[in-house]
Design a protein around this ligand. Structure first.
Ligand code: NAD
Ligand code: UD1
Length: 335
C-alpha cells in the first residue's frame, strides 16, 4: 500500500513513517522542511534499512500535489503538515489559517480529483479548549482558545462535511494530547527551533545544560500538588495510533474523532521528579506565575479509541522521560 504522509519529516510524522515502513507499506513524504531537517531520512534509513520517497514541497501547491497523485497509486493520506505554535498563531493568525486550513483544503481538493478518499488528520486536544469536565470524551464541545486550535477545528469541520457530502470519504480525526518521548534508538526525536515552549523539551535542555532553569508556570492550581496536569503520551504510542486508524479506514469506517491519550494525568512536578529519578539527573526549577492561557488540568477518556480502533497507550511516564532524554543526550543540538 502506498501512503502519502504530509509533514512526515517532522516529530510525530517521522516516528509514524518508521512504523509504516516496518509494516511493509510504501511511503511518500511531502514536507516543505519549514520545521524539519532532512537528516531525519538518514536516521530513518539507519533504523529500518529503508527510506521513504521524499518530495520537498508545500501542501498548498496544488500542481505539485496533482503530479504526486498522477504518478503514484496512493491509497490513503496521513496529514501531519501544519504549524503548531500557539503563541505564533495568536500573533499571526492569517499564517495559521493559510498554512493549516488553506493547505488542507488544497490537499483534499486534489485527493478528491484523484479519487483518493481516505485520510487520517492530525488534530489536537486543543480543540476542546478548557474542558467543562474531565476526563475529556470525544463528544465534549469544541472550544478552541486560539487560532491554532480554531484551525484544527475548521479542518475537522471540513472533513466532516466532506464525509456527509460523499460517504466514500473515510476520515479519522486524531486528537493528540501531549506528545513526548522519542524512538528508543535515540536516533530521531523532537527538534524544536529556539527556546522550547513545551515542558518536556525544556526539561531535557535544562538537563543537558543548554538552559539554566525550568520555570514551572503556576503552583496554585486546584490540582494534587498545585501544578498543571496533562495527559502525556509517548510518540511511539501515538505513531501506532495512526496505523490503527489506517486499518480502521480500510473497513468502511465513516468519519470519527479519536482521543489519543493515556487517560492518566500527570502534574508538572510528577514529570520533573520522574525525569530526575529515572535519568539520575538534577533539574533546577522555580515555581513562577501561571502562564496566560493555560488550564489547570485535563486528560483524555481514551475508551472510544480502545473500543473502535483497538488502540491503547502502552508506554509509561518513565518510558517517556527516559526516551526523550536518550534522544536529547545523543543529539544535544538536534539533527
Ligand atoms: P512538526 O513541526 O515537527 O511537524 C510538522 C511538519 O510539517 C514539519 O516537518 C513541517 O516542516 C511540515 N510542514 C508544515 N507546514 C507545511 C506545509 N505547508 N507544507 C508541507 N509541509 C509542511 O510538528 P509535530 O509535532 O510532528 O506535529 C505534527 C502535526 O500534529 C501538526 O499538524 C500539529 O499541529 C499536530 N499536533 C502536534 C502536537 C504536538 O504537541 N507536537 C499536538 C497536537 C497536534
Ligand atoms: C501546549 C499547547 C497545545 C498543544 C500542546 C502540545 C498552549 C496553550 N497549548 O499545551 O495547544 O497541543 O502544547 O504539546 O500552548 N510548563 C511549565 N514550564 C514550561 C513549559 C510548560 O511549567 O516551561 C507547564 C504548563 O504550564 C503545563 C504543562 O507544563 O501545565 C505542559 O505544558 P506544554 O508542554 O506547553 O503543553 P500544554 O500547555 O498542555
Amino acid at each position: 500500500m502506498t501512503i502519502l504522509v504530509t509533514g512526515g519529516a517532522g516529530y510525530i510524522g517521522s516516528h509514524t513513517v518508521i512504523q509504516l515502513l516496518e509494516s511493509g507499506n510504501d511511503v511518500i513524504v511531502l514536507d516543505n522542511l519549514c520545521n524539519a531537517n532532512p537528516e531525519v531520512f538518514n536516521r530513518i534509513e539507519k533504523i529500518c534499512n529503508r527510506r521513504p520517497a521524499f518530495i520537498e514541497g508545500d501542501v498548498r501547491n496544488a500542481v505539485l500535489l496533482d503530479t504526486i497523485f498522477s504518478n503514484n497509486q496512493i491509497d490513503s493520506v496521513i496529514h501531519f503538515a501544519g504549524l503548531k505554535a500557539v503563541g505564533e498563531s495568536v500573533a499571526n493568525p492569517v499564517l495559521y489559517y493559510q498554512n493549516n486550513v488553506a493547505g488542507s483544503i488544497t490537499l483534499f481538493e486534489v485527493m478528491q480529483q484523484h479519487g483518493c478518499k481516505k485520510v487520517v488528520f492530525s488534530s489536537s486536544a486543543t480543540v476542546y479548549g478548557d474542558p467543562a469536565s474531565i476526563p475529556v470524551t470525544e463528544s465534549s464541545p469544541y472550544a478552541p482558545a486560539n487560532p491554532y486550535g480554531t484551525s484544527k477545528m475548521m479542518v475537522e469541520n471540513i472533513l466532516t462535511d466532506l464525509h456527509i457530502s460523499d460517504n466514500n470519504w473515510q476520515v479519522a480525526l486524531l486528537r493528540y494530547f501531549n506528545p513526548v518521548g522519542a524512538h528508543p534508538s535515540g536516533l530521531i526525536g523532537e527538534d524544536p527551533k529556539g527556546i522550547p515552549n513545551n515542558l518536556m523539551p525544556f526539561v531535557t535542555q535544562v538537563a543537558s545544560g543548554q538552559l539554566e532553569k525550568l520555570s514551572i508556570f503556576g503552583g496554585d492550581y486546584p490540582t494534587q500538588d498545585g501544578t498543571g496536569v496533562r495527559d502525556y503520551i509517548h510518540v511511539q504510542d501515538l505513531a501506532r495510533g495512526h496505523l490503527k486508524a489506517l486499518e480502521a479506514l480500510a473497513e468502511n469506517h465513516g468519519c470519527a474523532a479519536y482521543n489519543l491519550g493515556t487517560g492518566v494525568g500527570y502534574s508538572v512536578l510528577d514529570v520533573v521528579n520522574t525525569f530526575m529519578q529515572e535519568n539520575q539527573l538534577d533539574i533546577a526549577y522555580q515555581i513562577v506565575e501561571r502562564r496566560a492561557g493555560d488550564v489547570a488540568e485535563y486528560y483524555a477518556d481514551p475508551s472510544f479509541s480502545s473500543d473502535r480502533l483497538g488502540w491503547k497507550a502502552e508506554h509509561s511516564l518513565k518510558d517517556m522521560v527516559r526516551d526523550h532524554w536518550n534522544w536529547q543526550k545523543n543529539n544535544p543540538e538536534g539533527y
